[in-house]
Design a protein around this ligand. Structure first.
Ligand SMILES: [Zn+2]
Length: 177
């Protein structure tokens, strides 16, 4: 499937995918090689802007040389050239990462969990920190399972205390994530 470059007034073939909407990075549009570079430059630091706005800024004439969002950095400066997403592959990787992070905040950084959180995960018998709602559900199930009224084993009460501590740790973590 071929696409036409999404840049206004460009009819070249668009072979470089780019996000269509900063609020939904799964939506794609396609640009030609020249315009993916332009798009990358503009996108950098433009989160929250709609592409239509980006295009409008592009069309405002001479003042484009001093865009407000790159204060101190002219688009042709070395700083701009060395900006991330110098090519489409970098950009695409970046968005893949962003999509993953949105889908699961913890999946992007499984190795930086604090030790207390890791220990709490073991007590909860789960692999990754959960968001608040499913965490609470899991917690209540554990409490039910280990409550001394139900579980007559000698260690049940001690284990229930550990579950409570682990829940506090994981709930705090979910709030911060
Ligand atoms: Zn183009």
């Amino acid at each position: 499937m071929t696409h036409t470059c999404a840049w206004p007034d460009c009819s070249l073939e668009g072979s470089f995918p780019a996000p269509k909407d900063p609020r939904d990075l799964r939506l794609r549009q396609y640009f030609c090689q020249t315009h993916i570079r332009e798009f990358n430059k503009r996108w950098n630091g433009l989160e929250g802007f709609h592409p239509d706005d980006i295009f409008k800024m592009q069309n405002v004439g001479p003042s484009w040389d001093k865009p407000t969002w790159t204060v101190g950095v002219s688009p042709t400066s070395e700083a701009a050239k060395s900006a991330p997403f110098a090519n489409a592959d970098d950009l695409f990787d970046f968005f893949q990462q962003r999509i993953k992070q949105k889908a699961s905040p913890s999946a992007a950084a499984p190795l930086v969990l604090p030790p207390d959180v890791k220990e709490a995960l073991v007590i909860f018998n789960i692999e990754q920190p959960l968001p608040a709602a499913p965490l609470k559900k899991h917690y209540l199930a554990l409490v039910k399972q280990h409550h001394p009224d139900v579980n007559k084993s000698a260690t049940a009460e001690e284990h229930l205390k550990r579950i409570n501590v682990a829940y506090k740790i994981l709930a705090d973590y979910a709030d911060r994530a």
